[in-house]
Design a protein around this ligand. Structure first.
Ligand SMILES: *Cc1c(COP(=O)(O)O)cnc(C)c1O
Length: 434
């Protein structure tokens, strides 16, 4: 299947180019030329098959021409190594736990899949690919884990010194092998600037093949549709309207849900849950999309003032504002409300949720308050494990959050990072000599 740019439908590239370049040369985001409809027999019997089988079938629709069954099966088997269970809070509301992967966040699905695809696409070339990734914390660890020990690929992570949490720093700096962590004496913006400059540096790009692991990469986006189908498979027998709340920042997760809907997932409504960064709910309210500088909140992985996947949401809906409004409800919530929700979910349902999932819960509740449903299948995506945000959750609940073994083990490992200045020449010399 070919991919086109959201800025120009005639700007077509191969799957390989879309994956290896990440973003179109006209600045647009790649979209598949066609969104395949899954056969109704598949949807009707989806509760009989596993997450791996669901994932294989969906991936085959998009990538089946470029990747044969054997390669695709390999990629799925090494990506889907953890479950995404649906945990009921009550008869109506369920939590889809997307944090059972290596870095305890939903980004593990997309990052691991993309890493395996890139490695496959690169297998005939003898050239090593260097992935440069600037991170403010969470994305870097999912990317690093995704590419960990993947042949033919080296990852250089740049993170701002002393500006990520202790847990995040441990996740970034303790892998070793093909992952190098650069501790930049500067801000996240400095890290991003260094990476951008490197991609434009002809001398450097002649010396080695550089690539990015950006969240807008189609190979990171599309696998996120797998678990929407899997959630449905776990409650299909109830045959009730499916309403899905997605804690959103860059809107990649929600966009993958919209893809699932186009493919035939019977979704009644999507809910885009946001924190104080409310560009999208404001858009639904006023029809004007006005980007803003991001503000810092407790659900910091959603602190985005210019959600990059908005271009894809427009494109998927023919730029039809009313159609978007019909499919998606959206609302924004404060940090105070988020803390109250964490408390409420614990006391009402005895469930410990993280700040991002708590925003998802609040938006679901608001939607149900404003709309009368006798019965429904409500699904709230829990995008991170509460232990990743233990400081917040523990101070709200006044109790300890249990830390999963895979996080605990990285906390005791030795941190290995290379300190560099925010000066581009230092960074360039590092890349040239490594
Ligand atoms: C990245 C992230 C989000 C936001 O996802 P988008 O696809 O950018 O909307 C939400 N929660 C957590 C925990 C994240 O890491």
């Amino acid at each position: 299947m070919k991919f086109y740019s959201t800025n120009n439908k005639n700007n077509l590239v191969s799957f390989k180019e879309a994956v290896l370049s990440g973003i179109a040369n006209d600045g647009g985001l790649y979209m598949p030329v066609e969104i395949p409809k899954l056969p109704s027999v598949f949807i009707n019997s989806i509760d009989k098959i596993s997450l791996k089988e669901i994932s294989f079938n969906i991936a085959k629709q998009f990538f089946g021409q470029e990747l044969n069954d054997e390669a695709l099966l390999d990629i799925i088997n090494s990506t889907i190594t953890f479950d995404a269970p649906l945990v009921p809070l009550n008869d109506e509301l369920n939590i889809l736990e997307l944090f059972h992967g290596p870095t305890l966040a939903f980004k593990d699905f997309g990052a691991k899949f993309m890493a395996n695809v890139m490695s496959y696409l690169n297998k005939d070339l003898d050239k090593e690919i260097k992935i440069l990734a600037a991170t403010s914390g969470d994305t870097g660890s999912a990317v690093a884990n995704g590419f960990y020990k993947v042949k033919g690929i080296k990852v250089v992570l740049l993170y701002p010194s002393k500006k990520v949490s202790k847990i995040q720093e441990q996740q970034l700096t303790t892998l070793g092998e093909n992952i190098t962590a650069l501790e930049v004496k500067g801000t996240f913006d400095d890290c991003q600037r260094l990476v951008k400059q490197a991609f434009l540096d002809k001398e450097l790009t002649k010396h080695c093949t550089l690539s990015s692991a950006n969240s807008i990469n189609v190979a990171r986006l599309l696998p996120q549709s797998f678990y929407y189908f899997y959630a449905y498979s776990q409650i299909k027998d109830k045959n009730l309207p499916l309403i899905i709340s997605v804690p959103s920042g860059n809107f990649g997760n929600l966009t993958a849900g919209l893809f699932a809907m186009e493919m035939g997932l019977p979704v009644h409504k999507f809910i885009a849950a946001t924190n104080a960064n409310d560009v999208f709910p404001k858009y639904l309210e006023t029809s004007v999309f006005e980007v803003k500088p991001s503000v810092k909140t407790l659900s910091n992985a959603m602190d985005v003032g210019n959600p990059s996947n908005f271009a894809r949401i427009l494109n998927l809906n023919n730029h039809d504002y009313n159609l978007i409004k019909q499919k998606i409800f959206s609302s924004s919530f404060s940090d105070e409300q988020t803390k109250d929700a964490i408390k409420e979910i614990k006391s009402k349902y005895n469930y410990i949720i993280d700040p991002h999932g708590a925003v998802g819960y609040l938006a679901m509740k608001k939607f149900l308050d404003e709309n009368n449903y006798k019965k429904l299948n409500g699904v709230i995506l829990e995008t991170a494990h509460p232990a990743k945000f233990a400081d917040i959750v523990e101070s709200v609940l006044k109790e300890k959050v249990e830390i999963p073994e895979r996080l605990k083990s990285c906390l005791t490992k030795k941190k290995i990072s290379i300190e560099i200045s925010k000066d581009y020449l230092d960074f360039k010399n590092f890349i040239l000599s490594s």
